[in-house]
Design a protein around this ligand. Structure first.
Ligand SMILES: NC(=O)C1=CN([C@@H]2O[C@H](COP(=O)(O)OP(=O)(O)OC[C@H]3O[C@@H](n4cnc5c(N)ncnc54)[C@H](OP(=O)(O)O)[C@@H]3O)[C@@H](O)[C@H]2O)C=CC1
Ligand SMILES: O=C1O[C@H](COP(=O)(O)O)[C@@H](O)[C@H](O)[C@H]1O
Length: 512
């Protein structure tokens, strides 16, 4: 199996010129023995190495509490082989693994942090990594503030006086559980780090297809002129998963679909679909335009929200249990595993255009997609071949995953003596055009963080703006007990109330 990291040609060209190779550094991953590190982070770092995008003087230091000094390397190599689409005899694997180290400490152990500091300094001397650090907090959210505080307390958060190395910290999601906790967390990390040191990660922004939304809109002359209320009837964004909660009961019970996916991944996608062209593709410019989108949403009335929870059902031909039967989930749980909302962006471009967003687990299939439904022409000159004689609108579909690509649906004349119209689809497939990629989205984000480029990371203001929208919904839901959970069968397209949300506007979700 071959492995290619989809590096855009401009990036590849820049790389040839040496412009995108980070400075020597150590990536320190807190939560080294965890699922994220094994399945995503180590494979992503390895893909970067394979693509020649890591500096020569480089190391990864994994930190967790157990003593894994003898098993960590083989275990992580196994993760790279399984999760990274890498062949066992890949000649680059062994030299990469030589640079992956393990350091054991409890996260609340000050002595452990002091020893970690000395260990990293020693590596700097041996590997010439120059004191540059990228700390990655791949840990449960309750540790974010604490670890940051200890980095500060042990002199690891800032270069010492007169030193000119850099220190950056990637913080995983969820960034808070509501507006107040997000503010508290922002205050806590900003007390130690300046905003330009903080990289709040949302791995959806690492996906090629999400980044391509901006290229599609702003890099092509033909789409932007119709990208507004004059031509677009409505927009749908779906993040559907066929998997359940994958053994993460305690986490998911407290999270639910809004906190887990809608407030972050889906809102990031929305901002790319709806934002104005930024002045440049630089962090400040892009983040400013995203923020304007979220702030132009003047609240989401709770009547425009629905929630669901899956019961037992059948997914991909297999019978599966309901959410309440999952391990470490309350048999009376009221946590939503599905949520859908209708919102409007009250600005010049989008006034009056509804955006329907939905996310859920155990749905009929895994698909993340943006569907842009265009307005109909003013007059129907031709007949449809549909049984209801309705001409279908033009529909642009941006498929984020799987089968990444873009489709445009339009009417075509059916060959023959009549002038009847049938919808047809023009399709662009990423895999056909660029080949299959085993990149998982973290490559680009890790590389950008090593380069100090925060364009694809969340700013404090952005996180708080999205929480400001969802906190009232979560509070209203918490006050009102749900009747009728579970309200959709695993393997279906979600609860009926989600269809009713669109039916109120005379619309239906597009079939995916
Ligand atoms: N997994 C995923 O696909 C995704 C995860 N995330 C986020 O990433 C973060 C990590 O998730 P995930 O990898 O799944 O979590 P895991 O539960 O799999 O891993 C947690 C890690 O933290 C370590 N740890 C826990 N408590 C301590 C402690 N007191 N002292 C030292 N080490 C400790 C564990 O070490 P030990 O083994 O020694 O106990 C382990 O390495 C979370 O914030 C999650 O929300 C975000 C997107 C996707
Ligand atoms: O952050 C999360 O994302 C995954 C979905 O990510 P994807 O890249 O597979 O689409 C989701 O399954 C998980 O619950 C959530 O925590």
């Amino acid at each position: 199996m071959s492995t290619t990291l989809a590096v855009p040609s401009t990036e590849a060209d820049a790389t040839k010129k040496g412009e995108r190779i980070p400075e020597p550094c150590i990536v320190v991953i807190f939560g080294a023995s965890g699922d994220l590190t094994k399945r995503k982070l180590l494979p992503a770092l390895y893909h970067l190495d394979q693509s020649g995008l890591l500096p020569e003087d480089f190391a990864v230091v994994g930190v967790a509490r157990r003593d894994l000094s003898s098993t960590f390397g083989p275990d992580m190599q196994d993760g790279i082989l399984k999760g990274g689409g890498v062949e066992e005899n890949d000649p680059k694997l062994a030299p990469f693994m030589d640079r992956v180290k393990y350091f054991a400490t409890e996260f609340d152990n000050d002595e452990g942090f002091e020893k970690l500091k000395a260990y990293l300094a020693d590596l700097d001397t041996k590997l010439n990594t120059k004191g540059n650090r990228l700390f990655y907090l791949a840990v449960a959210p309750e540790f974010f503030a604490d670890i940051t505080h200890r980095l500060g307390a042990h002199g690891m958060a800032k270069p010492a006086e007169g030193e000119n190395h850099w220190v950056r910290v990637i913080i995983e999601k969820p960034f808070g559980t509501d507006l107040e906790s997000a503010r508290e967390l922002n205050d806590a990390v900003n007390a130690v780090l300046s905003e330009d040191q903080i990289f709040r990660i949302d791995h959806y922004l690492g996906k090629e297809t999400v980044q391509n939304i901006l290229v599609f809109r702003f890099g092509n002359g033909i789409f932007e002129p119709v990208w507004n209320r004059n031509y677009i009837d409505h927009v749908e964004i779906t993040a559907a998963e066929s998997i359940g909660i994958e053994g993460r009961g305690p986490f998911y019970e407290k999270a639910g679909a809004v906190r887990d996916v809608l407030q972050n991944h889906v809102m990031e996608v929305l901002s790319f679909v709806a934002m104005e062209p930024p002045d440049s593709f630089q962090a400040d410019a892009v983040r400013t335009e995203k923020l304007k989108v979220w702030r132009a949403i003047e609240g989401i009335p709770v009547e425009n929200t629905v929630r669901g929870q899956y019961g037992p059902g059948n997914v991909d031909g297999k019978d599966v249990i309901g959410y309440r039967q999952e391990d470490r989930v309350s048999p009376e749980s009221s946590t939503e595993t599905f949520a859908a909302i209708r919102l409007e962006i009250e600005n010049w471009r989008w006034a009056g255009v509804p955006f329907y967003l939905r996310a859920g687990k155990r749905l009929a299939k895994r698909v993340t997609e943006v569907t842009v439904v265009f307005k109909q022409p003013p007059l129907h000159l031709f007949k449809s071949n549909n049984s209801d004689d309705k001409i279908e609108p033009n529909i642009l579909t941006m498929r984020i995953q799987p089968d990444e690509g873009i489709s445009l649906r339009f009417g075509a004349k059916i060959p023959g003596p009549t002038t009847n119209v049938q919808p047809v689809t023009m399709h662009f497939s990423y895999a056909d055009a660029f080949g299959k990629s085993s990149a998982n989205g973290y490559e680009r984000l890790l590389l950008d963080a090593m380069l100090g480029d925060a364009t694809l990371f969340a700013h404090r203001d952005g996180v708080e703006a999205t929480w400001a929208l969802f906190t009232p919904i979560l509070e209203a839901w918490a006050k009102k007990a749900v009747a009728g959970f579970p309200n959709y069968a695993a393997g279906s397209w979600g609860p009926e109330c989600a269809d009713e949300l669109l039916a109120k506007d005379g619309r239906t979700w597009q079939k995916l």
